[in-house]
Design a protein around this ligand. Sequence first.
Ligand SMILES: [Zn+2]
Ligand SMILES: [Zn+2]
Length: 509
Amino acid sequence: MPGVDIVIPDMSYLIKNKHKIKGVVITHGHEDHIGAVGYLLKEINTPVYGAKLTLGLLESKLNEMGLLTTAKLNIIDSSTKISIGCFKLEFIPVNHSIPDTYAVAIISPVGIILHTADFKIDFNPVNEKVTDLNRFSELGSRNVLLMMADSTNATKEGHSMSEKAVGDSLDNLFRKALSRIIVASFASNIHRIQQVLNLSEKYRKKVCIFGYSMRNNIKKSIELGYIQVKKGVIIEDFEIKNYKSKDMVFIVTGSQGETNSALSKVAFKKHPKISIEKNDLVIISASVIPGNEKFLYRVINELFKNGANVIYQTLNEVHASGHAYRQELRLLLTLVRPKYYIPVHGEFMHMESNAMLAMEMGMNENNIFLLENGDIMNVYSNRIAVEDRINVGASFIDGSGVGELGDDVLKERVILAQDGILNVSVVLDKSERTVKAEPVIIAKGFMYEKESDDIIRKIRIMLNEDIEKYTKTSMSISELQNSIKKRLRTYLYQETKRNPVVLPVIMEV
Ligand SMILES: [Zn+2]
Ligand SMILES: [Zn+2]
């Protein structure tokens, strides 16, 4: 998707049904949950409900979009009970890879609908309590009509690793480090950042933070009380020179190998403040999101070449997933005992796996539903069923601020990128119907150097033929333009097996 910076869901169905929307409830502050909220509020300024950290992170985004003063933000926590339309909502704290994540129980007129949010059950969490299993079991005793549960890790047997165990692995690495330590992680992984800060305090190291989102999130989290750190542990970049290498820790963005991130710049010697020194230890404390492997491995290779030692997930337990494994899903199903079950969050294969698990646990196959985006599930007191469908898709946002791009703009960009462009300019004398100057031909991105001379010569001949026709007949300018376009496209396809954009520009003087 050339030139597209953000892909968000197509919201036309919501906009069409604006009058029915009473509010937006956000379970946690991850990008895949808050990233598009601003674009929705721009169209429908409905109340938003979320926990303190979730709304804190959202506020920065709304501020950048100029929506902060008009947005109606409402903070919720585990004791909040609110009514939205005919629904009553309760929030149950769960563990995840960001603090302040809540499952949502929707008490509807036909029964209780429970959405687990992204969750895991961490018996040794950092800075928070274990997923509130009592509340889930209490909801179970009130009869849950429908549960929708996170499927991300439904293919993985066993129990997800505890955040505390990651801390132990990191402690080992910190203890043995010979020189500087560079930790790359998701900027939203507040628990992980807290552990790195704790270890830095423990081993009397100073911490410097690089990367826009990392600095922003840490600042916000300290402000809101989600990160605790002693004064003087975090230092600014100009103070680094006052400390020995083995006393320095850097927390950076770039755990996915993103080109403009701090870690990537360090690896490719483009960072203005730090470069790799011998014996540096780089810890990539994140899992690589499928599709990003190539980018991350390029960065890892470069770090090794520069003399660093790099620790990543496959080598060491330096990351724990934020999503429940199969044992955790079984535990939740046992506590809640819903009548109907819809696996959510994950690829179709993960949801399928989650559905199989529920069946293995004795749930009736007819009570489990696998949905696709766009399916409308109607919920009644005695049955649930997909009874309608809407069109869904994606909207493409160009970061330069021009706003939403149509499908055709994107298609054009793909053609330009893959097949190139041919531009021919012709200057004609309008009154005398003659050529004022030799046509200019510019070809970009579809020919080899050595074949281009022949092709350009042939294009010139064809152009002259068309122009001659124009000078000798009553052909109009637009007819001339169309003829040039058509003939050149056919010819170029024959010669190059490509379909470049052909752009004839005819100027009349
Ligand atoms: Zn999440
Ligand atoms: Zn998510």
